[in-house]
Design a protein around this ligand. Sequence first.
Ligand code: PLP
Length: 411
Amino acid sequence: AMSSPRTGQIRQSTKLLNVRYDVRGPILEEAQRMEAAGHRIMKLNIGNPAPFGFEAPTAILKDMVSNLPNAQGYSDSKGIYSARTAVSQYYQSRGIMDIDVDDVFIGNGVSELISMVLQALVDDGDEILIPSPDYPLWTGATTLSGGNAVHYRCVEEEGWAPDLEDIASKVTERTKGIVIINPNNPTGAVYTREVLMGVVEIARKNNLVLMADEIYEKILYDGARHINAASLSDDVLTLTFSGLSKAYRVAGYRSGWVAVSGPKHRAQDFLEGLTLLSNMRMCANVPAQHAIQTALGGYQSINDLILPGGRLLEQRNTAQRLLSEIPGVSVQPADGALYLFPRLDPEVYPIEDDERFVIDLLRQQKILVSHGRAFNWPDTDHFRLVTLPSVHDLEIAIGRIADFLEDYRER
Ligand code: PLP
């Protein structure tokens, strides 16, 4: 073995063979090339509030800054006590009684915790039920853990509600968990109690771990109500994910949590594994942990953005209206989150490769959106845009999308 040549290619591990994260793939590289060449691109591709002029509540900034001197060392690997207490009290106020300080893990964003949870839970060949369309980290992290992402359908005509029959029909001996994203990225759907009860029932019957990604729970429109999945049962092991990136607009601070509820006594082994992985990464960024208590306990300024007159609501209304005015385009109203997932009627727009379609839009109109298949949607008839730009910028951007689609129809 020692005589093998040392000049060959250095290759990525085979673990990455089927791992995809196409929302930041070749399209973004093309946009960066164009920007380097001097083009100004309107980016409607990533749910990152700060570059669109959104600011965090000043209390959060002040708290982090004033705590910097106390945040020099590693913290407890699960997170600082004040942050975990704040999370546990928050869920108690939402009707989830069995989340104690020790049931909360703080992470560098929800992203890190999704990866940790799946690494701790999934054996080679295990199956995780994941929505289609999804937030693609769920699929990518499942694959990286050696598992199989099995996608269940969400039904566009029903406001993108999960298809409970489809979910039930896809449960096998190997199914370990089920993921719901509520409010949903990329569709904006907010699930009813009936749908959530249906999911909980499937998890209960098949002894599945329920993973509820609720990072958008406070971004709701037109009086939509969000129900935490964990509040609907005490006999289904539920992992609730949320954090500061969206409602508190500090995505760059990398601060999120996962809270464990339900029959923890049956999950001791899994939770030991999760604790091991938590220990191995030492702890989450400590300064950002100090912001959690202030965020959850302070003035909820997100409401000023989503209630009538609020910027996020106005933008979502504008984007919905302008998109649905384009011939052959339809869009389900978003009840929450920061995205729209419009449909391009295949009769009008016979798109073969939606990634190609999005790159053409970028080259011709300098507008960056994400193609539907990046969200594990099986067809080439959707794309996602973020509703973060100002009304003025959305008018320009969607105007250019309309121009591009007009050319496409006339081809
Ligand atoms: N989950 C969903 C549904 C998301 O949309 C995002 C980010 O866009 C994340 C998780 C990750 O958030 P973060 O790692 O910033 O907490």
